[in-house]
Design a protein around this ligand. Structure first.
Ligand code: AMP
Ligand code: ZN
Length: 112
C-alpha cells in the first residue's frame, strides 16, 4: 500500500518526528499553516473516524496524550492551540490516513 504516513511510521520516508511511541507519532507539518503546525498520527493505517472500531479506538486516547506532551514541548500548552481532523472529501482530507492537526504559536483564524 502506498501511504505516506505509513511510510513515515515505518521510517522508510524521512520526516521531522518530534514524538513517538509504539502506537503513535507526531511530526512537523511539511507545509505549516501556523507558527507551530504538528500532525499527530496513529501508526496503524486508519483512514478516517469512520474506520474506528471497538478494537482500535483506544489509539485516540494515546493521540490525546501525545498532543498534551508535544504542546508542552513546543510551549503552546498555556497560550492555546487548535486540534483538527479533516475527514473525507467534504472534510478536505488530502492524506487518507487519520491525523490530527495541532495548530498554535499564534492566534489561529480562518479554520473553525
Ligand atoms: P489533510 O488535508 O488533513 O489530509 O492534511 C494533510 C497534511 O499533511 C497537510 O497539512 C500536508 O502539508 C501534510 N503533509 C503531507 N505530506 C507530508 C509529509 N511527508 N511530511 C509532513 N507533512 C506532510
Ligand atoms: Zn497509512
Amino acid at each position: 500500500m502506498d501511504c505516506i504516513f505509513c511510510s513515515i511510521a515505518q521510517h522508510k520516508t524521512d520526516a521531522d518526528i518530534v514524538f513517538e511511541n509504539d502506537q503513535v507519532f507526531v511530526i512537523k507539518d511539511i507545509n505549516p499553516k501556523a507558527k507551530v503546525h504538528l500532525l499527530a498520527i496513529p501508526k496503524e493505517h486508519i483512514v478516517t473516524f469512520n474506520d474506528l472500531t471497538m478494537d482500535n479506538f483506544g489509539v485516540m486516547s494515546v493521540l490525546a496524550l501525545a498532543i498534551k506532551n508535544v504542546t508542552e514541548d513546543f510551549q503552546i500548552a498555556d497560550s492555546g492551540y487548535k486540534v483538527i481532523a479533516n475527514n473525507g472529501s467534504n472534510g478536505g482530507q488530502a492524506v487518507p490516513h487519520l491525523h490530527l492537526h495541532i495548530l498554535g504559536g499564534e492566534p489561529i483564524r480562518g479554520v473553525t
